[in-house]
Design a protein. Structure first.
Ligand code: SF4
Length: 125
């Protein structure tokens, strides 16, 4: 049975049709370039996602200001294996980031040896 995908590697957005062959390889049609094959292979065999979330920031009660941002936007530096995203989110939600923090500051380094860092997505004073 064929699977349909849209390649998101470039704005062309080729519609890919992917068949799994008996030898476990994939047959990809509809791609205008070889990157479509790479995209389909990764998406079906080892999907990854960029992860964006928010992390708790350390705010003392006397500086609490309800007009200020209470959580820090964070993101991964590279796509992370989709099936392990819940583990990564647990680690992000366990953070308690001390201010100040600069955009791009590494908050989690090389998560579980994946080479993926979690960084601050904005500066907070
Ligand atoms: S297959 Fe090639 S041309 Fe088509 S969307 Fe993917 S990268 Fe772009």
């Amino acid at each position: 049975m064929s699977e349909e995908l849209v390649c998101i590697t470039c704005p062309m957005g080729c519609r890919l049709t992917v068949d799994r062959l008996d030898d476990s390889s994939l047959k990809v049609d509809g791609n205008r370039c070889s990157r479509g094959i790479q995209y389909a292979t990764e998406e079906l065999l080892a999907p990854k996602r960029m992860v964006s979330a928010t992390a708790r920031i350390s705010v003392s009660a006397d500086t609490l200001d309800f007009g200020s941002i209470m959580r820090l936007p964070v993101r991964t530096t590279m796509p992370y294996p989709k099936e392990r995203v819940p583990d990564l989110l647990k680690a992000i939600y366990a953070l308690n980031v001390s201010l100040p923090v600069k955009r791009g500051e590494v908050l989690i380094n090389d998560f579980k040896g994946s080479g993926v860092d979690v960084i601050a997505a904005r500066t907070l004073p």
